[in-house]
Unconditional design. Structure first.
Length: 118
């Protein structure tokens, strides 16, 4: 089981980045897929989540209207489109897959760095 993220990097304020999370060893459509982030000196926080059925999404207030989470079932990937980036979006971003069916299945990616700076 593995989650491999890509797409992090350095971007200027107001710019865009797209993070992708490729899953192997399980089917993302059966999991609640989320993106979290952790800035230096701060706790990890939920950025966006997509239900296993894909029918509902949840976003942190700080990213609503700017970030979009989506899933490609054919490619078994989840993406986070980030627009109008701000310096306060700078953090390590983690992909998470969660499913609780008797047993808790909870997988994490390695966390690409996103830096928003001029």
């Amino acid at each position: 089981v593995q989650l491999v993220e890509s797409g992090g990097g350095l971007v200027q304020p107001g710019g865009s980045l797209r993070l992708s999370c490729a899953a192997s060893g399980f089917t993302t459509s059966r999991y609640r897929m989320s993106w979290y982030r952790q800035a230096p000196g701060k706790e990890r926080e939920l950025v966006a989540a997509l239900s296993s059925a894909g029918s509902s999404t949840d976003y942190a207030d700080s990213v609503k209207g700017r970030f979009t989470i989506s899933r490609d079932n054919a490619k078994n990937t989840v993406s986070l489109q980030m627009n109008s980036l701000k310096p306060e979006d700078t953090a390590v971003y983690y992909c998470n897959a969660l499913r609780v069916v008797v047993i808790r299945y909870d997988y994490w990616g390695q966390g690409p760095q996103v830096t928003v700076s001029s």
